[in-house]
Ligand binder design. Structure first.
Ligand SMILES: NC(=O)c1ccc[n+]([C@@H]2O[C@H](COP(=O)([O-])OP(=O)(O)OC[C@H]3O[C@@H](n4cnc5c(N)ncnc54)[C@H](OP(=O)(O)O)[C@@H]3O)[C@@H](O)[C@H]2O)c1
Length: 366
């Protein structure tokens, strides 16, 4: 073979070899099994998880709507899809510094506030004002409590007298089952009675006939910006499993009976794992039951050790379980005390000894 021919054969062989290597590399990436593909997905996920959550600015009109399902979304489990992963890492986690929790709706909610069940008009106005004057910002009412007007009045007076911006205040109200048949009229009535511009969160008070219809109406008011977040009350594992696949917007909150004698140790994680915040009613056992609970010797011993009241111990136990508290009170001193939950912390042993008080003792029928 001549030298020229030898070089040409060598060049051809090298070219073929280079082509083969290039093809193999391209093939690996196309199948998606190569390291490159995995890396980019991991880093995309990480980028989304690291993105700052829209925590502070609840006033933004372009608020995030992470809990909305896109029209085409097909939830794998048949349940509403979760939040956008940009905020997912922070949703439901309590920020003990700002004393708020980020909801899957993109809004933040204070982790402690005031319940208004059974408060008559004047008492309710006074309690709402006492809460707001002492730094509390979360108020729970309901159509059923017949005091939405009083809550609205207290909020408006406090805004004016104490210079509190509306955006700092978070008002929850609820539709009662006998309103589910005409939910639009019920929502309009709540907006009118409260008269505070918009409703921060609306719940369905109990499961009942037409609850899906009522929830869908709330979804449409949320899309119009008249309600900012949605939730449910007295929904447990079975009810949630049945209900969630039928709605488009994941609830941000479930409000259920929870206190040391009725702890819902299975239900709470079931709800929290979905990125839904749990809030407790009857945190102090409810009227008629508070004496026994506040006098419980385990709780009083812990209270003594920290130099706080039994009520504060119970409310702090809730917060450390990631449960939002709305103790009811007609007494401004109690209201002030119930906001003072951040100067002490329960130890793991103290948490465990309160957990051991659970006796599945419900204090109301629902
Ligand atoms: N979704 C539902 O189905 C549902 C059902 C029930 C209740 N809720 C909501 O949950 C809220 C809380 O429940 P609740 O108000 O019925 O019961 P609760 O908060 O368990 O107990 C209220 C009782 O505790 C007393 N109290 C409050 N703070 C105290 C303190 N620091 N020291 C001693 N006593 C104290 C109050 O008396 P004073 O008035 O003297 O302070 C009142 O008698 C309700 O107001 C309502 O907003 C929802």
């Amino acid at each position: 073979m001549s030298k020229k021919k030898y070089i040409s054969v060598l060049l051809t062989l090298t070219l073929v070899l280079v082509c083969l290597c290039a093809c193999q590399a391209a093939g690996t990436n196309q199948t998606g099994t190569g390291q490159t593909g995995q890396d980019s997905e991991v880093s995309q996920m990480k980028d989304r998880a690291d993105a700052p959550a829209d925590k502070g600015d609840t006033s933004s009109s372009s608020r995030p709507s992470e809990n909305s399902l896109s029209e085409t979304a097909e939830p794998a489990s048949g349940e509403p899809a979760g939040v956008d992963s940009a905020s997912a890492a922070s949703v439901g986690k309590f920020d003990f510094e700002s004393r708020t929790v980020l909801l899957n709706s993109g809004y933040t909610m204070p982790v402690m506030g005031l319940g208004t069940y059974s408060l008559d008009h004047d008492t309710c106005v006074n309690s709402v004002k006492a809460l707001l004057q002492n730094g509390g910002r979360l108020i729970d009412t309901a159509y059923m409590y017949h005091n939405e007007e009083a809550v609205g009045e207290g909020v408006r007076q406090a805004m004016e007298e104490y210079g509190i911006p509306r955006e700092e205040i978070f008002v929850i109200t609820k539709l009662y089952p006998d309103q589910f048949g005409d939910p639009e009229a019920a929502i309009e009535m709540a907006l009118e009675k409260l008269d505070i511009g918009y409703i921060d969160m609306m719940l369905l008070h109990h499961p009942g006939t037409d609850d899906v219809k009522a929830y869908k109406a709330m979804e449409s008011y949320m899309e119009q910006g008249k309600i900012r977040s949605l939730g449910l009350s007295n929904w447990y594992v079975e009810e949630l499993t049945d209900f969630l696949p039928q709605v488009s917007i994941m609830p941000s909150l479930v409000q259920n009976e929870i206190h040391p004698y009725y702890q819902e140790q299975d239900v709470v994680p079931f709800i929290q794992e979905k990125g839904i915040v749990v809030q407790c009613w009857y945190p102090l056992g409810g009227r008629g039951h508070t004496a026994e609970l506040l006098g419980d010797e385990t709780i009083t011993a812990i209270a003594q050790a920290h130099g706080v009241s039994s009520a504060q111990v119970i409310l702090r136990w809730d917060l450390q379980r990631g449960i939002v508290v709305i103790p009811g009170s007609s007494n401004p001193d109690h209201i002030k005390e119930n906001l003072d939950l951040f100067s002490f912390e329960l130890t793991d042993d103290e948490m465990a000894s309160i957990n051991a008080l659970d006796r599945g003792e419900k204090h109301d029928w629902y």
